[in-house]
Write a protein that binds this ligand. Sequence first.
Ligand SMILES: [Zn+2]
Length: 844
Amino acid sequence: MFLGKFAVVADPATGERIVLRVAPDKNTSVIQTETPMAGSVATSRMELSAYCALITRRIKANRERSKSFHQTYYGSLPMLAEPAEYHRSSGRDLEPQYSFLTSPPPRWFEPDVGQPVVFMINPDGAPNPQIMDDISAAMNAWSTVPGCSLRIVNGGSAAVCYSKDSNSIVFNNCEGQFPPSPSCARILALGGMNWDPNQTKVINGTTFVRAVTGHISFNPYASCDFGDHCIVREIATHELGHALGLGHSQFADATMFGVAHFDGRCASIHQDDINAIDFVYPATGGGPGPLTILSTSPLGIATVGSAFSRQLLASGGATPYGWSLVSGLLPDGLNLLPNGLISGTPLATGSSDFTVKLTDPQNVSVQKALSILVIAPASGFDSQFVSQEVPKALNPSQTFFITLRWVNTGSKPWNGASGFAVVSQNPTNNANWGGNTVPWFGSPVASGEPLELLFQAFAPSRAGIYDFQWQLYQQGAGPFGEMSANVRITVGDPGPPPSPPSIAGLSSLEAVKGTFFTYILPATGGTPPYAWQVATGALPGGLILNPNTGALIGTPNATGSYAVMVQLTDSKSQTAQKSLSIAVTAPPVPAVEITTSSVPQATSGVSLNQQLIAIGGKPPYTWAVTAGGLPAGLGLAAATGMISGTPSAAGVFNFSVSATDAESRTAIKPFSITVVPPPISLDLVPPLDGLKGSALNYQLIARGGTPPYTWSVTGGTLPTGLALNSATGLISGVPTVAGLFTAAITVRDQASVSMTSTIQIKLIDPATIPAVTRAKYKGGKKLIVAGERINSAAQLLLDGNQTSATISDGSFILKPIMLAAGNHQVRVVNPGGVSSAPFMFSVE
Ligand SMILES: [Zn+2]
């Protein structure tokens, strides 16, 4: 950068505006280009445009760097009890797997050159005194992934906060990242890294930028969650994942999932985390991988009296390695050096089991159990055991065959003629198996050639557990080389021979067609497992015999009687047979039942249709009345069970009905039909007209109900002179009055059901009826109508129409009036509506 005070002036020589340093100091004496280059000239003078461009570039660069830094640390991914940045319902189309911290993804390049990533820990404010163990456990989780070169190391405690020079883990909010919170804060911790975008490397097809510093900060205001080590370890593991370049995983099971689990996982990572770290830090990237002991057991076969040397092999981790013995003992005469070399001269035969520990300079350690076998010297005779076929269980005194295989790893051939044989071991020279030596009669086995030895042996006569192990032998040199692998053979007491098998249980079975059936044939004796089969005959269709369980099972699909011979074979090939008869019967036919419960009330004179219903048996059914009788007018259809017809009489009728199916199964059920009469009614009576003094007769008509009826006047009165016959309903007599009369007439039947209707009788006095006697039309002028009993208030109707005719001297005069030629009619109507008869006249 550049400091000092500058002035913009005009170049005295050219007149151009330039920048001059006017207040130089000894710390900053030059203006220089952004990238100092060898041979660049220090100057106090610069062109104004170049100076302005320089300033602009530097401000921009500063801003970018600041932005990048803050986004990296403080805009990244807090581990939340319920993170804001992760919502399943957000609808984003995410691959369900790990993600990277940012794009382009950052990673540490140290593992690529075998270097660990080291974090310093500031224990100030740590939630517990064993915080270093918690952090180391989290680091170990990420550092021991198979196929992964990453190793992240606890560099120890130091009073670090965020530093550009070291990676840090803090608990005291030293960078002031977390605001004070009265309740337990949602953000548990933050983890992230800063990187150099100018250093890139392509790993697994992805371009990564180089991580420069990492930082993890636990929120002290969330310390209510830091009560146990397991929780602290999970948080540390998760945040370390961010500091290794990982973002949140979409797998809820992943430790890098955005929500803390607190499910007892402590410092562990799960498959998606492993996939992520393997992707970012593959072992093929050049790193050493996790610390691993490569040597396998047995380390080798040492020979008594001969020098022995083996270098323990390891890979991964950091070097140099340090080796130590943590349990067991090396063979007498051998020692383990810190550099991993086991050497010395063994003093005695035998197998030694021990566990070694490998520790690297980062204090990562692994252990492994190993063994060394020390054998006797063999004077050029040596062998390696290859394989064998040996039974593990035998009966006492049982004869058996075995095969043993070795390879000649010595320098001399194995020749039966010169005393080469196989001898028993464990214990040495035992004759448990029928002898202690098996001579070799085959061709000599040269150095490097295999030997396959097949021989017959005999189990001990007493039950027990015996070792079975053999070694090669050379006359003059004794047993040599690697023994066959020991087999512990159990020689059992066979006990009395099993009884022959037999089939117990039923001899005849009954099944129903269409109904699931199962019967397990019981077996006794013999030696399970058994096998079952049908020896002769055939099972009913739909039934099978389970060959393993002896179960007859299935749903028969045909009736009949079946005879089969079933056979059982036990595991010793002993057989037993049994005759079985299986009767498959038809399913029972349900009884016929008439389900109609009752017949509803009927009305005489009203048609009826009532269906009777039957179920069961074998349709069709035939119906009949078996007792009593149906009401007159009704019948029962034999083929359909339908009662129909029109009952003609009221009453209660009891009867029984039978339904008989196609196979003569019959059901009988009693029924009762109540036939009621139709309701009583009165025929409508029109208004009656009559003349005072003239006879009047009118017959009232009633219907329904239960005759005979009784008639009475129950409201108003009949005109004087008229009477109602209570037995016949006839109104008759000679009225002696005129006027309009209204009366209520009630008819009542034998059941006291009644009906009332109102009648109206209009009686006219003949003396009030006018009459027209003459009509005279004077063409085009007037019409004169004369008559008798014309009231002074009467009206004249001409051709049915009311007129404005006036009355003069008892005659109507209507004028002017024009009448068409032809017939016309006049009527005179007195007050009260009493009209004359029509009078017809003609106009010429
Ligand atoms: Zn997180």
